[in-house]
Design a protein around this ligand. Sequence first.
Ligand code: GLP
Length: 270
Amino acid sequence: MAEIIIVKTEAEAGAIYGRCVADLIKAKPDAVLGLATGSSPLAAYQALAGIVKEEHIDVSQVRGFALDEYLGLPLDHPESYHSTIYRTVVEPLGLDPAKVHVPGDVLNGAPLEDGDKIAAAGPAYDAAIEAAGGIDVQILGIGTDGHVGFNEPGSSLASGTRVKTLAEQTRIDNARFFDDDIDQVPTHCITQGIGTILKARHLVLLAFGAGKAEAIEETVEGGVSAFCPASALQLHPHATIIIDEEAASRLRHKDYYRYAYAHKPAWQGI
Ligand code: GLP
């Protein structure tokens, strides 16, 4: 079972992540961070950037691997995850862009028809993560349908990085980044698999707002099922789920999660 932390604000959640990762970087200057796009991790990146500045932490050796990328968008498209990770993480934290990787980097807008190139990109990405020594802390958001990365319902819980078809709901949810025009949202993506994600040494999932309540209920208190890919976190030995009251609203064991966190010895960290 993952640790569930219920917070009042996104800033509070961000501060918990920021402290955890800042301490990691101090102990391991070339830490490998698993990065995610979406609005959920933004406060966490902001908090980390604040601590890095305040405590003069050297991040020049930090490495990063993003979770996923749209297929068919050139790297310099403003909504490609390559651009998004640069804007939301690399720049504000002052990371070395050469040390931060996004799954579609080698594809750079290659069309879906370019099968050989696209099929090779997934295993190569997993091999690069492995060669870096694996991911130390993987930050995760969650889709309203329970997806993590772009692993839609039905994804193999043992999957590696590969091409997936986006669910209609995900394209609807993400149309806000494409002038509210679903036709502009790519139909396919390349994403770390659930098996890839489970190899990270620590998972930190963030979710806020009532729109995530059902997905969080399935993730935390439902059975482990490909129907809700995020439920695979139940199989991970070190998973932390940080949510606000609204996202926690459907959890039956809220009181216990609160009690456990309130009585946690400070030395345990998250
Ligand atoms: C996208 C990303 C996911 C992210 C999800 C939720 O589909 N591929 O990694 O978790 O959106 O985004 P948000 O945090 O904006 O709700």
